[in-house]
Design a protein around this ligand. Sequence first.
Ligand SMILES: Cc1cc2nc3c(=O)[nH]c(=O)nc-3n(C[C@H](O)[C@H](O)[C@H](O)COP(=O)(O)O)c2cc1C
Length: 323
Amino acid sequence: MITTKFTETFGVEAPIVQGGMQWVGVAELVSAVANAGALGFITALTQPTPEDLVKEIERCREMTDKQFGVNLTILPAINPPPYAEYRDAIISSGIKIVETAGFNPVDHLPDFRAAGVKVLHKCTSVRHAVKAQSIGVDGISIDGFECAGHPGEDDIPGLILIPAAAAKIDIPMIASGGFGDGRGLVAALALGADGINMGTRFMATQEAQIHDNVKQALVAGDERSTNLIFRQLRNTARVAKNAISDNVVGILAEGGQFEDIRELVAGARGRNVYTTGELDAGIWSAGMVQGLIDDVPTVAELVSRIVGDAEALITERLAGSVR
Ligand SMILES: Cc1cc2nc3c(=O)[nH]c(=O)nc-3n(C[C@H](O)[C@H](O)[C@H](O)COP(=O)(O)O)c2cc1C
């Protein structure tokens, strides 16, 4: 067992988090993560309405009696989702941990705090982590350049970002981006974090409700199997390398605008990849950690393997090398 400030504050056994994942963070995966002693997050915006989110939370409760949370991703949009209604759905469902990401969560904090909900804010820079700490979040998830999804525009890998953030963060902080095994967990702890957050690695598990082709693509892929898209639009996203993401990179590199790629990057096309297993159907998120994924275990096997390997690494190899 590895106990840290994070496990104590957030009330979980293992210092491992399954971060929000659009289309992937649903009840089957989240309950499996909870049952394995780690912390899973249902992705609020995967549910079409706040009422659907309430039902998804209920569905998850039918599969676990352990604690789990909800991810609320706040992204700039012309027609934003009804964030306040999603927030109210989270609170009224009795959820006690929320992962916020994408934008400063300040507007949501008073209601969460009043309801006794702990907020774990995920961000990609030291300055944003410091800001989030100053406005009163309960924990930080610091997401390095390796990560799937939105790594920000600073391109700072975890090896620098994690200790740089740890130097300024006093509340529990977990490291995110590129983690997939016990070595990563030990490295994160050594760099000053209190645990790890994983996305891509949890996609390649039995309980992830995505087509097996996607899981096998993650096993077959290596650390070079991603593309950074939207760079020129200052909204960079790390996604799986495929025909569509190659095309998007090419169009934007030649001066194309969002209008030129809008149809290619449509969310519905990306969702099709997960349901049909057609890997070139659209854009789908995946990180560099593909280079460390060799199998599709159950979530319980994965979590106990990571914790067991980390314990062995600390108590045997590392301890044994100190003279
Ligand atoms: C398929 C997928 C979808 C994701 N969707 C979201 C999302 O909606 N909101 C969010 O905050 N993070 C999202 N992420 C990011 C993850 O929560 C996590 O921060 C990231 O995957 C960590 O990097 P890793 O993939 O190297 O573990 C997504 C990641 C993946 C792989």
